[in-house]
Design a protein around this ligand. Structure first.
Ligand code: ADP
Ligand code: MG
Length: 574
């Protein structure tokens, strides 16, 4: 119900929408219901894009991806109690990834607090663990400044999630228009630079390196540091290794990319420059045996508390990656230097890259069905549009896919990330596709999902079809989590026992036709079992720009990764 019929009065819902608009918010993902429906209407009326999703968790993943891709927070709008609780997964994921996000949650009425109100829950407290800032405005008049603070907190310093709680009684309450002052749009984050002596020292450590390595993380992608980092790589002729979402900051096919020799590069580098990547589990904590015990780390990060985590760095450069990279470049302009391209280190790295690539190609050459992961990904890579977004999740699907599928542009890969979250894929794909539709029509989103990963938010296919988003979902289907069984084995196993007693925990129903989910909502669905069928369905999906599609790719249920130097990299839990 429009509740601001009285002239000179404005509803809380409209104040919230206007405050968001004033802070430059462009995208809102959510699910409407009591008490937030009016907020969604008001936001849409002001030109904020509202995308209605099917589960708050996926909505929150989508909003967080907007933050990473644009540098300004997307909003996730949720109802009270369970709605907010569903969104906590997305908040935690955003916070772990250091991505800006603003969650707006409806909550129960103030005058029913502690009485067992509808969907009552301590929401501000609940969000505190998953955010940088969590607050409830004390009045409608306070909404604009609280929203400004939330938006600002989400992008200043280390980016992260923020929460603003909106009591149900605010939404339709009318206040005098003149009592509301909209706080000006917060300024872009201030750019901080490293101390000059530290920059000099870093340059000198790099110059003296025998086996240098740059590690490019998603912090570098977020910082839009691609031009300067590429310059550093090319000017100093340094080998670089992207982390999963650091892929594309410098293109994967750049001659200095040593992604294909990852373990080797980490193990023997004597100087490592960390550009926006934490020494957490993804980088094996920076510790032996994955690294030399005497490796010198040069850590570049915007977050002071991050510096020195797990290792004692040789040099710390506290500041914005783009600015600090520029400072390093200036040092190398003063006294030009380049790492010798004919060094033994380069030879070691090249040999390892060649042998790793040969081993993958060998596996990919297997043409007779059932296909393995490598066969699938080599065919996908062949047709992958260079400007496309790659979204990926699943265990083997993501790990192997990452080594074969190439990124050519920064901020064009979204995956399970720091938190290792399964279920992010469709939300991320939806956010990327909404942006693509707005900003670069014709651009596609290729969403590469394991069959288990797809299941977490499978109903978002309806969202994809409702908004007709340019998404191609590939379900790499091995009938299970990590691994599954073929139909015959499955039937044999359950011949004499009920599935609830005997079905192996990692199994999913064999031969599931996930493509029918897409067909159900009017998209295109393909069920493929051979390399030829895969090639053809990819061609057709890419050619058809009028509809989303889903290709259900059946692979060998017991397929795994190729042998690894470090056995614990083979994450099979079966
Ligand atoms: P990856 O998963 O790619 O290894 P992480 O998420 O672990 O990357 O690390 C990203 C790091 O980048 C975080 O420590 C974060 O504080 C930092 N960061 C984010 N934005 C910037 C920026 N503009 N300048 C410097 N560091 C940044
Ligand atoms: Mg699977």
């Amino acid at each position: 119900e429009p509740s601001d019929r009285n002239e000179g009065e404005v509803s809380g819902a409209k104040v919230i929408a206007q405050a968001l608009k004033t802070q430059g918010v462009e995208y809102m993902f959510g699910i409407v219901g009591i008490p937030v429906t009016e907020i969604a209407f008001a936001a849409q009326e002001l030109g904020i894009r509202y995308i209605g999703m099917r589960n708050e968790q996926a909505a929150c993943y989508a909003a967080s991806a907007i933050g990473y891709l644009t540098g300004r927070p997307g909003v996730c709008l949720v109802v009270s109690g369970p709605g907010l609780i569903h969104a906590l997964g997305g908040m935690a994921n955003a916070n772990m990834n250091c991505w800006p996000l603003l969650v707006i949650g409806g909550s129960s009425e103030r005058n029913q607090e502690t009485m067992g109100a509808f969907q009552e829950f301590p929401q501000v407290e609940a969000c505190r663990l998953y955010s940088k800032f969590s607050a409830r405005p004390a009045s409608i008049e306070a909404i604009p400044s609280v929203i400004e603070k939330a938006v600002r907190s989400s992008i200043y310093g280390r980016p992260g999630a923020c929460y603003v709680d909106i009591p149900a009684d605010f939404v339709n309450l009318l206040v005098n228009v003149n009592s509301i002052k909209y706080t000006e749009c917060c300024m872009s984050p201030p750019v901080s630079m490293a101390e000059t002596p530290a920059v000099c020292m870093a340059a000198s450590v790099i110059r003296n390196a025998k086996q240098p390595l740059l590690i490019i993380g998603k912090g570098a992608a977020y910082a839009h540091a691609e031009k300067n980092i590429r310059k550093l790589v090319e000017q100093c002729k340094l080998p670089f290794l992207p982390t999963p979402m650091g892929k594309g900051v410098v293109p994967d096919n750049h001659p200095n990319c040593v992604g294909a020799a990852r373990s080797r590069a980490l193990q023997f580098a004597d100087v490592i420059v960390l550009l926006g990547a934490r020494l957490n589990w993804i980088l094996h904590f920076g510790l032996p045996p994955r690294y030399r015990p005497d490796v010198k780390f040069i850590q570049v990060d915007i977050c002071a508390e991050e510096l020195g985590n797990n290792v004692r760095p040789a040099v710390t450069l506290l500041g914005d990656i783009n600015a600090v990279t520029k400072q390093l470049l200036e040092e190398f302009d003063k006294i030009p230097w380049q790492y010798p391209p004919e060094s033994k280190w380069w030879k070691t790295l090249r040999e390892k890259m060649d042998s790793n690539e040969a081993a993958s190609k060998e596996l990919a050459s297997q043409k007779s069905p059932p296909m393995n992961y490598y066969t699938v990904f080599y065919h996908v890579q062949e047709q992958l549009p260079r400007d496309g977004f790659i979204v990926s999740e699943g265990a083997n699907t993501m790990d192997i896919g990452r080594t074969v599928l190439q990124n050519y542009l920064p901020r064009h890969r979204l995956d399970a990330g720091t938190f290792g979250t399964m279920g992010v894929g469709l939300g991320f794909a939806i956010a990327a596709a909404v942006l693509a539709k707005d900003r670069s029509p014709g651009q596609r989103v290729i969403c590469v999902e394991g069959d288990s990963a797809f299941g977490f938010s499978g109903m978002e296919v309806e969202t994809i079809c409702r908004y007709n988003l340019p998404i191609i979902i590939l379900v790499v289907n091995n009938n299970g989590i990590y691994q599954g069984f073929d139909t015959d084995t499955w039937n044999e196993m359950l011949k004499s026992q009920d599935a609830t007693i005997a079905a192996p925990p990692a199994c999913l129903l064999p031969n599931s036709h996930y493509e029918q989910v897409m067909i159900a909502f009017g998209g295109k669905g393909y069920f493929v079992q051979t390399p030829e069928e895969l090639q053809k369905s990819l061609r057709q999906s890419l050619a058809d720009t009028t509809k989303p599609s889903l290709i259900n790719i059946m692979i060998e249920p017991q397929a795994t990764r190729k042998a690894q130097d470090f056995h614990w990299l083979t994450r099979s839990k079966m």
